[in-house]
Design a protein. Structure first.
Length: 293
């Protein structure tokens, strides 16, 4: 590794960490130089293990010794020329506005997202995130999907990017372990067709053999227990479900009326004490647990 001390956040060598917004990292530099920022050794470790290419690191000086394994891995797989910029705790706090968890960031290269068909080829249970815009919720859903063996996650064109720094951090790096892509367009957010969801996207899922399930409160919603029964029923039963796509809606408004109208089923989680719904991250965890294999 090349260890390079810095003493100011105005150093142009760390421009990607300081001056570029998430949208600039993703959009303006794509496709040849698209970046994302991984924060914390746990997230960096999982990104490296998934084969994601590091372009540079920014590390708080007191954590340099504790990152020997990461540096050795990078040297072995990408060579010794990756720069590691070293700053004081005060410098990095000025950069982020808060103390970094174990003081490490990595700028890493984005990769072309796979097609929906590729991601779903061997999947029997997938999650679809419709316009979920809060990065914390996206990260939490990705973490639950990994923990509860969801085969893949599909995000609609207006959904927050799972590679945003906060989303990846909240996911604890599981965003690099669960297969995911965008549904609508060709995987590149710039070319994604926002009109390809929900009608065309749902049709695509139906063509791949999935029963589409809208998680929503409607008059004809079946209970989560009934969905479980259909999943575990004899394959010869008329209402047996073999391949499941669970669809979760945006914060506040939930799923669009069009999505609900075109989905095969609408499912609700029974609740008590007058509570009508859960936060989307919480409801996804309940649904993933209830429908696990």
């Amino acid at each position: 590794m090349q260890f390079i001390p810095i003493d100011s956040v105005d150093d142009e060598r760390i421009n990607a960490y300081v001056n570029l917004t998430e949208l600039q990292l993703r959009n303006k530099l794509e496709p040849s130089k698209g970046l994302f920022i991984a924060e914390s050794p746990k997230v960096i470790d999982r990104a490296l293990a998934a084969g994601r290419e590091p372009l540079s690191l920014l590390v708080e000086e007191q954590w340099i010794d504790g990152m020997g394994d990461e540096f050795a891995f990078i040297d072995e797989h990408w060579g010794p020329d990756i720069p590691v910029y070293i700053g004081s705790e005060a410098t990095l706090h000025k950069l982020t506005g808060y103390r970094l968890h174990r003081g490490a960031l990595a700028a890493m290269r984005r990769w072309p997202l796979p097609s929906v068909e590729d991601v779903c080829r061997n999947a029997t249970r997938v999650a679809v995130l419709e316009n979920v815009v809060d990065h914390t919720n996206v990260g939490a859903i990705m973490r639950s999907a990994a923990a509860l063996d969801v085969d893949a996650v599909l995000v609609t064109p207006s959904c927050a990017d799972p590679l945003y720094r906060r989303a990846a951090r909240v996911s604890m790096g599981t965003v690099f372990q669960v297969p995911w892509t965008r549904i609508g367009g060709e995987g590149d957010v710039r070319t994604a067709d926002k009109h390809a969801w929900p009608e065309a996207g749902l049709e695509q899922l139906h063509g791949l053999g999935f029963t589409t399930v809208a998680m929503a409160l409607t008059d004809d919603s079946i209970s989560m227990q009934e969905l479980e029964r259909r999943l575990r029923s004899d394959p010869l039963e008329r209402d047996h479900i073999d391949k499941l796509a669970l669809i979760f809606g945006t914060e506040g408004d939930g799923l669009s009326h069009t999505t609900i109208a075109h989905a095969d089923l609408t499912v609700k989680i029974p609740m008590s004490h007058g509570v009508d719904s859960l936060n989307v991250a919480a409801s996804s965890a309940v649904a993933f647990y209830a429908t696990r294999k």
